[in-house]
Design a protein around this ligand. Structure first.
Ligand code: HEM
Length: 358
């Protein structure tokens, strides 16, 4: 069956596609950095809280990190909405179709996210008073956040491969997963390992700005070490991912397409530099290189998406029906939203500092 016959006709768009793609990728950068920090922070706490202590633990066991996670989950979810809107403008005809194919798992994301948030919240507030309840809530939060990440990887990968959509004729239950795609597991692992790395940096940063901790320097070093080890593992996972994509895309990353090749090289070089700075204990340099790596990897992800879709969809297929007034109004409201979030973060961090000092 020709997969193109399954793809709905895209709607007309109100401005050139590059406007939405730039906005989508910029906001996706914020979304994924926060989500990585959340999952990584939760995983690090999970390991540290369930590790058997040979000597009684006198430390705060990462409680300052636990306190920040519920806010970060809310922030990560909010930063997911704008890229979702922009994604739908350009790829809506593909994204809605893939969402229908996995509709049962997809709709479950909403209650699962709410429970994950409560898990992280209960984990934080019961940290000292009810340790076992708190630890169980942490396990729930980790499993549910992993579920959401898994489903997002599935949806994005199904969206990019319309040739898989004919599975719908054998399964109309909304439970189609793209597990036969060789790139699926490395793509998901890439997300989990990146989360551990960013979680390590979050850990280091929270202790850096914590006024009360007596173990500040040791904790910053620990966070950076987690970051550096996870990023070293990421080099292996990254190459696995690269080797698992269809072989006819590979030459594009190996010189045939100059832009794709340069972006991949920049990403790899900055990633290796960031892990070296991590091992050297240089927090600011590690963060700066991590940000360069993630920007380059997001561009690689976009290039790869367009390679996957090359037989099914080109951006110049979209019909332009300009509505610049509406677009400007939308961006204006978006900026007010981002400003409000920054303000709320400032208020909440001053409040948390006051609570910690009192
Ligand atoms: C807290 C749970 C969440 C996790 C763990 C998570 C994780 C992820 C991951 C791993 C990806 C990349 C998938 C890939 O292409 O391989 C992704 C992409 C995306 N996420 Fe989230 N996400 C979460 C919540 C949300 C929410 C609530 C929204 C929307 C309201 C959202 C919107 C998006 C969008 C639109 C993309 C694709 C962006 C693009 O392709 O440009 N996410 N997310």
């Amino acid at each position: 069956m020709d997969p193109n016959t399954l793809i709905p006709t895209p709607d007309a768009i109100p401005a050139p596609p590059w406007v939405f793609i730039v906005l989508e990728q910029l906001l996706f950068l914020l979304h994924i950095l926060v989500i990585n920090a959340v999952l990584g922070g939760l995983l690090i706490l999970l390991i540290s809280r369930f590790r058997k202590q040979t000597v009684p633990d006198q430390s705060d066991s990462g409680q300052p990190v636990a306190k920040k996670l519920p806010i970060l989950i809310a922030l990560g979810i909010n930063f997911g909405i704008p890229p979702l809107l922009f994604l739908q403008v350009v790829y809506g005809h593909l994204f809605y179709s893939s969402s229908v194919l996995m509709g049962t798992y997809w709709i479950l994301i909403i209650p699962v996210l709410i429970l994950a948030y409560y898990g992280a919240y209960i984990h934080s507030v019961k940290f000292i008073t009810a340790p076992w309840f708190s630890k169980s809530a942490l396990v729930v939060a980790v499993i549910f956040i992993l579920y959401v990440g898994f489903m997002l990887v599935n949806n994005n990968s199904l969206m990019e491969q319309p040739e898989k959509w004919s599975a719908y004729f054998e399964n109309r239950g909304g439970t189609i997963l793209n597990l036969t795609d060789p790139a699926f597991i490395p793509r998901y692992l890439h997300f989990i390992v990146a989360s551990l790395a960013v979680g390590g940096l979050l850990y280091a940063l929270i202790y850096k700005f914590s006024k009360n901790s007596t173990e500040k320097d040791q904790r910053i070093k620990q966070g950076l070490l987690i970051f550096a080890i996870a990023t070293s593992i990421q080099v292996v996972v990254g190459f696995w991912y690269l080797l698992s994509i269809p072989s006819d895309f590979m030459p594009n990353f190996m010189g045939q397409d100059l832009f794709s090749t340069i972006m991949l090289m920049v990403g790899i070089a900055a990633g290796i530099a960031s892990l070296v700075f991590g091992f050297l204990g240089k927090l600011n340099a590690a963060i700066a290189h991590l940000v360069i790596t993630v920007i380059a990897m997001i561009i690689n992800r976009f290039n790869l998406r367009m390679m996957y879709l090359s037989d099914n969809f080109q951006l110049n297929q979209l019909t332009l029906s300009p509505q610049y007034g509406l677009l400007i109004l939308f961006i204006f409201i978006l900026l007010i939203g981002v400003g409000s979030i920054i303000y709320m973060l400032k208020v909440s961090s001053t409040k948390t500092e006051r609570e910690v000092s009192s």
